[in-house]
Design a protein around this ligand. Structure first.
Ligand code: ZN
Ligand code: ZN
Length: 572
């Protein structure tokens, strides 16, 4: 639906006219149109095609013409005319809560403030106080507004969005009116950050479904509530939008709202060549609807297999689907254990028993205990004798389990000078050796790559953890030559990790695919320091699927014996 887009355009026209001091009658009429369209529950495109726009109270002939122009051409000449001479920065400024066009116009006139950085400087220098009645309270509100604006602009990490969506969907399933429900958008595609959270449901009683949604536990603010859509803010601070569609439109709508945009554009081109039209309402041959209740219908009509959402980035998946050559993507149920976990022997909280118990509950056959090594003092890294003691404890405990094994391991530091934290006589006692970089992040590319290659060439090192060291939206990775790393891992039979911890997700999807193509095995590991972080394996599975990985590419789909054999092979 273009309702939101069009409402935004009219709202901006009103703002800019006000900024320019235009007459208030015109300003108000645009503002009213914006509000009416935003509140509309019907699709504005549909109303336009039925020539019913002027039936909407507040929409006159002139406004209706502008809407039609926008729907037909993707442009609105009035909007472009009004925007002339106004910078994008100034428009942004008017979106900050607490700053209307009048204040922005005044700030511009009096202090030459054009954008957000100017405003922040002026606030910092105390220039706003006393200006046309601006007092402490108003200043405080502006500061709060800037903060809010900034958080709303950020994309949310999937690690935060994913559990929110799971909770909401599980809650809504309790309403018997809900026939089907799914997350859409970049969350369904498991992108590492998510813009908006969109949920799509089907059912005939939309009002009841929306009512359940807006009255759920955890909702802190209801932003919109109508018959077929609702929008709320939840206690995690994020906005969640729900849309309810008819059952026979659900598949088409789900396909449409899952994206990506690039994927859908490509699909529509193919549809056109076949004389079909696909939209959020269904698949059409001329006027006749030929499908839309199932998502598979869309792909089938275009002569291809249904493409898993994680692949829908227009990175060759459409061509692969046309040839029947889509990968058989890995699934959560393929995972037999987690390969990187910390206990209370280093900087984790759980005991071995607690870790094992949780792993068994998750259906795992094994769990790797990989506490930090001695150089990592901040993480209470284990010294040689402590690691030997840990090994003994795990051996003892393993006798108690049936069909489950704790694997003896370490997350060994690759030190700044390239040497490793344990000697071979210790490493040979372990089932699995994970190695990683936690220091010397600023080293030159050559140096840091050399360090990593040296570790990869050690016959005891099986997995390189968080290979690039990046933290999403917080820290760039170190400058390692990942192509070289992939090459040497392939030569030596060393696996690369997808670290599932939500702000790492390292390797990312692109590098995963590269590694797979080079024949490198992947480990999907949570790096959990608490048992309640072990669920993040689901995030890693999402990244793996985005990286086109199959079960056979991932070593923790192996049985415990096969996994041990994989590790031993390198030592021979
Ligand atoms: Zn680490
Ligand atoms: Zn770790």
């Amino acid at each position: 639906m273009k309702n939101h887009e069009i409402a935004t355009l009219f709202g901006r026209i009103a703002d800019v006219l006000e900024l320019k001091g235009d007459d208030s009658f015109r300003i108000n009429s645009y503002r009213k149109a914006s509000r009416v369209i935003a509140d509309l529950t019907e699709d504005i495109e549909k109303l336009a095609s039925e020539e019913k726009l002027t039936d909407i109270p507040g929409i006159g002939k002139g406004t209706a013409e502008k809407i039609v122009e926008y729907i037909k051409t993707g442009k609105m000449s009035k909007y472009e005319e009004v925007m002339k001479g106004v910078s994008e920065e100034t428009i942004t400024l008017m979106q900050i809560p607490g700053l209307g066009p009048k204040t922005v116009a005044m700030l511009n006139r009096e202090l030459g403030i054009v954008g957000l950085s100017d405003l922040e400087n002026a606030l910092h220098e105390g220039k706003l106080k006393g200006l046309f009645g601006i007092g402490d309270k108003k200043i405080e509100n502006i500061i709060k507004g800037i903060e809010l604006f900034k958080t709303s602009q950020q994309r949310i990490s999937i690690g935060m969005a994913y559990p929110v969506v799971k909770r909401i969907i599980a809650g809504l399933r309790n309403n018997p009116e809900v026939k089907d429900i799914q997350a859409a958008g970049s969350l369904r595609r498991m992108k590492e950050t998510v813009g908006d959270i969109d949920i799509l449901a089907s059912g005939t009683n939309g009002a009841s479904i929306v009512e359940s949604f807006v009255s759920m536990n955890g909702v802190t603010q209801v932003l919109a509530s109508a018959d077929t859509k609702g929008s709320v803010r939840v206690e995690e601070g994020v906005q969640v939008d729900l849309r309810v569609v008819k059952e026979d439109e659900f598949g088409a709508a789900l396909q449409y709202f899952t994206g990506s945009k690039e994927h859908n554009i490509h699909l529509r081109e193919i549809a056109k060549k076949k004389g079909l039209k696909i939209s959020e309402y269904g698949i059409f041959k001329g006027e006749k609807k030929i499908g839309g209740s199932m998502e598979e219908d869309v792909y089938k009509a275009l002569g291809m297999n249904c493409i898993p959402p994680e692949l829908r980035e227009n990175r060759g998946e459409i061509e692969a689907a046309q040839l029947g050559k889509l990968p058989n993507l890995i699934e959560l149920s393929d995972i037999k254990g987690d390969l990187h976990n910390h206990s209370n022997w280093s900087d984790g909280t759980p005991t071995f028993e607690e870790m094992a118990e949780h792993a068994i509950k998750m259906g795992y056959k094994y769990l790797v205990v990989s506490d930090h090594s001695k150089s990592l003092h901040v993480a209470n890294g284990l010294k040689d004798d402590e690691l030997l003691e840990e090994i003994e404890e795990i051996d003892k405990l393993n006798k108690k389990f049936k069909g489950f094994t704790l694997l003896k391991a370490t997350e060994m530091d690759i030190k700044a000078d390239g040497s490793l934290d344990f000697l071979d006589n210790i490493l040979e006692k372990l089932d699995v050796v994970v190695a990683s970089i936690h220091s010397g992040f600023k080293q030159e590319k050559e140096k840091i790559t050399e360090r990593m290659i040296a570790a990869i060439c050690n016959p005891y090192v099986n997995i390189i953890a968080h290979p690039t060291g990046r933290l999403i939206s917080k820290r760039e990775g170190y400058e390692v030559d990942i192509d070289k790393v992939i090459e040497v891992c392939a030569e030596t039979g060393t696996a690369l990790e997808i670290n599932c911890y939500y702000d790492r997700l390292d390797l990312n999807d692109i590098y995963c695919r590269k590694a797979r193509e080079a024949g490198v095995m992947i480990a999907i590991s949570t790096d959990a320091h608490h048992i309640d972080q072990m669920w993040m394996i689901e995030l890693g599975i999402g990244i793996a699927r985005r990286g086109w990985l199959e079960a056979k590419d991932v070593i923790n789909t192996f049985s415990v014996d096969k996994l041990k054999a994989f590790c031993m092979k390198k030592r021979k």
